[in-house]
Design a binder for this molecule. Structure first.
Ligand SMILES: Cc1ncc(COP(=O)(O)O)c(C=O)c1O
Length: 475
């Protein structure tokens, strides 16, 4: 056997960023270098990443939320090994595989009983594409309404409803029949629904970008309006589902009864791309409505054995390790402890979230010196402050976090659902210290801002250099 992956990894580890500069995305490499995020992680376990020196990093990003069960979970790893050991036939396509049937059965036990049918795909954006197609096929209508500030993925249908200029720029035209309403704008929604041409109202129960959700009964009233006007309700649970918000599904915080639910991210425990559209049987039948339409919507790798086996193991882990209960309990603890820091740091405007999907929003502080720093930073770039909080969290405290969206003073944390009080306390103390750093003027934060601005100016001067924001922003 000539191919030896372990040897390949051992001999080439460390070339990561050079390889990416040459063959993949040099812009990403530059952003990571500017911000000091250009670490070479060589191992991962549970809530931690490790570099070649054995240094430990607390992962409060969890791969944009896919590692809810922690990294390299032994139960899910074993499911992969067992699947390979069994030499099962995979993706025969013109058959019905056992594992996809079993995962469908297991997942349907976790959703309300009116949802009875599943379509498996390979990612969140693919699940959203499927949901849009299902809604159109079932209603015979074309319009999709989404929420301002939403994020549903970056393929064309999903990007059309996402409606963020930062992601859309340069890629138009998009799906034409799309409208967006502000979160909470019931009147605006009703005006659109009344035209009775709307296939679906699509929303993330807890928005990934900024971690926003209504504090009133907007969702409940929206659902009632949708029912009254023949519009389907799609809950995009790609990020908020599977325990992330302290319940199995985000929509359960508002007792909603969605017609379609999209799932992905941690469905396979982070090992194999996997997504799902979960819906009413009647909607499903409208899509796969005749013998000649039996595969009218499909994806070659959907239902593949490794994804299905991982899904089965991941659901088992969520249940047996009581991770949803842990998400609710530790999420509350984390929010309370972070909220208590507001008394000490006037920079903190609000701590919000559900379960372990948490945002910390900043605002202009009261103290004069800090106010000045704040204004200088915002003059340089509108999303810079949050960036300059996550940088020392990594460089000084070895904690991986993210900014919560473009041009906002918000950071987001998505820890794996397996964390304990140890990780909660470590994060809260580190965050406290990182904010203390903002008080020193000109402190490390301003220094970093200056460096960042300088690098960006240099880039602008290059003949073909576009301006680069030093941020990797996803929802
Ligand atoms: C709510 C939501 N929908 C859809 C997507 C797209 O998922 P993917 O990146 O797997 O395509 C995301 C990704 O972050 C998401 O948060």
């Amino acid at each position: 056997m000539s191919f030896d992956l372990k040897n390949l990894v051992a001999t080439r580890m460390g070339e990561n960023y050079d390889l990416h500069t040459r063959h993949l995305n040099p812009m990403l490499v530059e952003v990571l270098r500017i911000t000091g995020f250009d670490k070479v992680y060589v191992r991962a376990e549970g809530a931690y990443l490790y570099d070649s020196g054995g240094q430990e990093y607390l992962d409060f990003l969890s791969g944009y939320g896919v590692f809810a069960m922690g990294r390299n979970h032994p139960t899910i790893k074993k499911a992969i090994c067992d699947t390979l050991d069994l030499d099962l036939p995979n993706m025969v396509q013109l058959d019905c595989s056992l594992l996809s049937g079993l995962l469908a059965e297991a997942l349907l036990k976790k959703v309300p009983s009116h949802l009875e049918a599943i379509f498996f795909c390979n990612s969140g954006t693919e699940a959203v594409e499927g949901a849009i197609k299902f809604a159109r096929a079932a209603t015979g209508r074309s319009k999709i309404i989404s929420l301002k500030g939403c994020y549903h993925g970056l393929s064309y249908g999903s990007l059309s409803v996402t409606g963020s200029a930062n992601f859309q720029e340069g890629f138009g035209p998009f799906l034409a029949d799309v409208a967006r309403v502000r979160l909470g704008d019931l009147e605006g929604l009703e005006k659109l629904l009344k035209k009775e041409n709307v296939a679906a109202f699509l929303f993330e129960p807890v928005q990934g970008k900024g971690v926003n959700y209504p504090s009133d009964d907007f969702y409940e009233k929206s659902q009632a309006l949708c029912r009254a006007h023949g519009t389907l309700v799609i809950c995009d649970e790609v990020q908020s589902g599977l325990g992330r918000t302290g319940k199995w599904w985000g929509f359960q915080h508002w007792n909603l009864e969605p017609d379609i639910v999209t799932v992905a991210k941690s469905l396979s425990g982070g090992f194999v791309p996997c997504g799902a559209v979960v819906t009413r049987r009647a909607i499903y039948q409208k899509v796969f409505s005749r013998l000649d339409r039996a595969v009218v919507h499909s994806s070659t790798f959907g239902r593949n054995n490794l994804a299905m086996a991982c899904g089965l193991a991941a659901l088992d882990v969520l249940e047996n390790e009581k991770l949803i209960e842990n998400s609710a309990a530790l999420g509350q603890k984390l929010r309370e402890k972070l909220d208590a820091l507001r008394a000490k740091h006037s920079l903190i405007k609000e701590v919000r979230g559900k379960g372990l999907m948490i945002a910390i929003e900043f605002h202009e502080p009261a103290q004069l010196a800090l106010k000045f720093t704040w204004r200088v930073l915002h003059r340089i770039d509108h999303g810079l402050f949050a960036q300059l909080v996550i940088v020392p969290l990594l460089s000084q405290h070895r904690i991986l976090t993210q900014v919560a969206g473009h041009n906002m003073d918000v950071i987001k944390i998505l820890p794996p659902l397996i964390i304990t009080e140890k990780e909660v306390d470590y994060f809260v103390n580190a965050f406290d210290e990182a904010l203390q750093g903002c008080r020193r003027f000109p402190g490390p934060i301003l220094e970093l801002a200056r460096n960042t601005a300088f690098r960006r100016l240099k880039r602008k001067d290059r003949p073909n250099g576009s301006e680069t924001k030093p941020a990797v922003v996803r929802s």
